[in-house]
Write a protein that binds this ligand. Structure first.
Ligand code: TXA
Ligand code: MG
Length: 323
């Protein structure tokens, strides 16, 4: 059954904002492509985005805000970032910046990284929704993983069906291509994804810009793209009993005993809850007084695939070049 597509009138926007605040997903028009939005401060809502897209791994998502002031509450801006924002926001540019400690953003939205991609969309529907919701909205393109990005409300309905509570129709997307992603979290600006804001126009602010191989696929060149968060402690998967000094990341009610400390990804075995907790719990357990992090088996279905993908990479032997 298709999701309801509604023209974005004021009262429809108010209803959509309410859905978002309740943790539901709302697809909406932007000037680039339609986004599948969820409350970026709510880990469960962000987990639902990954589930709805059927993504096999947790890529960091773009967080949408209504303006520069709202963006500055979430990440630290230097003069370069402010200049880029003044010049290109609202518009099809996403900036990767360091998250603020007190941003309130879910860690899942950044896939555990210390950075976050921020964008201020220009489309009036996206703008009204952000203002009405009064909070940052995570929104990847509103398609199933591995398929082309939707540029009309009908495309979204065909892609996602009932996975979105509501589709806010704002007509055809003018640009039809995802935003440019520029990483300003390091010393040198790096173009992570080309888009409507061209490297030439960015060059007017930054001079020559390094470009990463980047597409939506995983970072291919470790050391250039920000490496995904990996705990310092060794990670042991599919643990069924304790080893000395170990802490446990548990899943489901039947946790083995004997661990120094136990955190529950989800006592009731809910994969969306586990995904929402994953990165923050790994960080909480990653302390030098423990010998290692043991993880109970997680079912390899739905969001469990993305959780296991991340855990396997955290558990993989680490060389100097691994990311
Ligand atoms: O045009 C767009 O940007 C659309 C509309 C809906 O706004 N959104 C979109 O979002 O394309 P998404 O989540 O599909 O794109 C995320 C891109 C990916 O290439 C991802 O790797 C990169 O941004 N990205 C996000 N956060 C990042 C981070 N912290 N570090 C590096 N790359 C990041
Ligand atoms: Mg996409």
């Amino acid at each position: 059954m298709p999701a309801s597509i509604l023209l974005a009138t004021d009262s429809v926007i108010a209803g959509a904002a309410r859905l978002l605040r309740e943790g539901r997903l709302v697809a909406f028009a932007t000037e680039t492509v339609y986004g599948l939005g969820g409350d970026a401060t709510n880990g469960r809502a962000v987990a639902r985005i990954f589930a709805a897209k059927g993504r096999p791994r947790f890529n960091p998502l773009i967080v949408h805000v209504s303006g520069l002031a709202e963006a500055e509450a979430l990440a630290t801006f230097d003069e370069r970032a402010r200049e880029a924002a003044r010049r290109f926001w609202p518009g099809p540019l996403s900036l990767v910046l360091r998250r603020r400690e007190a941003s309130g953003l879910s860690l899942l939205v950044s896939a555990g990284l210390d950075t976050v991609a921020l964008r201020v969309p220009a489309h009036p529907v996206a703008q009204s929704l952000l203002r009405a919701a009064g909070r940052p909205i995570a929104a990847p393109s509103a398609n199933r993983s591995g398929r082309v990005s939707p540029t009309s409300a009908d495309h979204v309905a065909a892609e996602l069906g009932r996975r979105a509570a509501l589709i806010l129709d704002g007509g055809l997307c003018q640009i039809g291509l995802e935003s440019t992603v520029l990483d300003l979290s390091g010393n040198k600006p790096v173009l992570l994804r080309p888009g409507a804001v061209t490297v030439e126009s960015l060059g007017e602010i930054f001079g020559k810009i390094e470009s990463s191989a980047g597409d939506d696929a995983a970072p291919r060149s470790p050391g250039r793209l920000p490496s995904h968060y990996a705990p310092s402690l060794p990670v042991r998967l599919d643990a069924t009993s304790a080893r000395p000094g170990e802490v446990l990341l548990a899943f489901g009610a039947e946790a083995p005993t004997g661990f120094v400390e136990v955190l529950q990804l989800s006592r009731k075995g809910d994969l969306a809850e586990a995904a929402a907790n994953l990165f923050s719990m790994l960080r909480r357990l990653d302390r030098p007084e423990f010998s290692g992090i043991a993880v109970m088996p997680i079912p390899e279905r739905g969001l469990g695939r993305a959780i296991n993908d991340r855990l396997r990479r955290a558990a993989a032997p680490r060389g100097p070049t691994s990311s």
